[in-house]
Design a protein around this ligand. Structure first.
Ligand code: XLS
Ligand code: NI
Ligand code: NI
Length: 439
């Protein structure tokens, strides 16, 4: 039985198309810089928002109409939902999907029962992957919804909760391995604090590091070779999340000897909550060799929380793709739509409009970014701007062959610095617009 009987497989029709169920920019086989759009973008659909999102909010109950879902927490319903999910993945031509353990399968009365439920749904996921060719970008464990995690999971004050979280991640890693997942994500759901008066922050951070070391050891033990990713977020649900931004995560990983084992999964709305742009986060992580994957969404300029909206803004997608390309691409990661339709968009067809629009926006962003790179306007300006470091004094400083004393001698002799040149910010902003117009 089809979950989306009125929706065809979405095809590329080009920018002039008025068909809301066609791609205008995403042309999977089109080659950009020697690689297909499919391989640049590696689109992925999230199970949690798209198949478990109900539209409820703190002021009102569920609105979403999902005819394939009987609304129960039975394993059978979870299995049927998985089949509906794969129909959507295929019709959108999405090569990947991602899930939390508790999205795909219902939590049981005991850990053993939850594990059994997860296995039963994983059977269907495995079948559907084989049938459709859709692959698992990453798996993860939901360690924030159940009340046992009220004080955190690996950073809980309750050692039993740490043990439960360990068991849960162990199982989620095994299922991710079984399904051929290319990455495994840790988003620190409630790893943080609401109030420092009741919190031993240093001890909690030590515990989090211990937890990650155990995960690294266990991956080795079972032969999971996917990439581990940490997903930074500065706040929500806790007031202060430990993995607050790319820089904080990398400092934590470095301090605890974990840097070789992790990269980052950067999310647009989390970047903005941290007071950064997405391009800042990508460039920071990329500069440290830690760009792993992205959770593609956007916030709302007027709202201060993680609204997880589908990104349609070409400036944002251009910036995102430009900086991903600057760092050599997304590797084993993907452009993962960690985004949800608004509660007022409650019909199944809205799920298609949302994904089609954002896939198109990223495809266009990719094309604009490639055009900017071909023009080399930005690249040349940067080369020019830093040329004082390429030879002479600058090169000596970079090589570490001079110290304060030599630099003082140099400057005393010279008296004043060579004149500065303009940063040309407005020129560069115009250049981005020029390619947005042309592509
Ligand atoms: C929540 C996070 C979450 C992770 C996966 O804000 O974005 O959805 O991506 O646990
Ligand atoms: Ni996310
Ligand atoms: Ni988020």
């Amino acid at each position: 039985m089809s979950a989306f009987p009125d929706v065809p497989t979405i095809q590329y029709e080009g920018p002039q198309s008025d068909n809301p169920l066609a791609f205008r920019w995403y042309n999977p086989s089109e080659i950009i810089e020697g690689k297909t759009m499919r391989d640049h973008l590696r689109f992925s659909i999230v199970y949690w928002h798209t198949f478990r999102g109900t539209g409820s909010d703190p002021f009102g109950s569920a609105t979403a109409v999902r005819p394939w879902d009987d609304g129960t927490e039975s394993v059978e319903n979870a299995q049927n939902r998985a089949r509906a999910a794969f129909e959507l993945f295929e019709k959108l031509q999405a090569p990947y999907y991602a899930f939390h353990d508790r999205d795909v399968a219902p939590e049981g009365a005991t850990l053993a029962e939850s594990n059994k439920n997860l296995d039963a749904v994983a059977d269907v996921l495995e079948e559907e992957q084989a049938r459709s060719g859709v692959k698992l970008l990453w798996g993860t464990a939901n360690m924030f919804s159940n009340p046992r995690f009220m004080h955190g999971a690996a950073t809980s004050c309750n050692a039993d909760v740490f043990a439960y979280a360990s068991a849960q991640v162990k199982k989620a890693m095994e299922v991710t391995l079984r399904l051929g997942g290319e990455n495994y994500v840790f988003w620190g759901g409630r790893e943080g604090y609401q109030n420092l008066y009741n919190t031993d922050m240093k001890r909690e951070l030590d515990h989090l590091a211990r937890f990650f070391h155990m995960a690294v050891d266990y991956a080795k033990e079972i032969g999971f070779e996917g990439q581990f990713l940490i997903e930074p977020k500065p706040k929500e649900p806790t007031k202060h999340q430990y993995d607050s931004d790319a820089a904080a995560c990398l400092n934590f990983l470095r301090a605890y000897g974990l840097l070789d084992h992790f990269k980052l999964n950067l999310e647009t709305n989390h970047a903005t909550l941290a007071g950064h742009t997405m391009m800042h986060e990508i460039d920071y992580a990329g500069g440290q060799g830690a760009l792993g994957s992205i959770d593609a969404n956007t916030g709302d300029m007027l709202l201060g929380w993680d609204t997880d909206q589908f990104a349609t803004d070409y400036y944002l997608t251009t910036q995102t793709m430009y900086y991903i390309m600057k760092h050599g691409g997304i590797g084993s990661g993907g452009v993962n739509f960690d985004a949800k339709v608004r509660r007022e968009s409650f019909e199944p067809i809205d799920l298609f409009h949302a994904h089609i629009g954002s896939m198109d926006a990223f495809a266009k962003g990719l094309k604009v970014a490639a055009a900017i790179r071909a023009d080399q306007g930005i690249g040349n300006l940067i080369t020019e701007r830093y040329k004082s470091w390429d030879q002479g004094l600058g090169a000596k400083i970079e090589a570490g062959s001079v110290g304060f004393a030599e630099l003082e001698t140099y400057m005393l002799e010279k008296g004043e610095v060579d004149s500065n040149v303009s940063g040309r910010q407005e020129l560069l902003e115009n250049l981005v617009n020029r390619y947005l117009d042309r592509v």
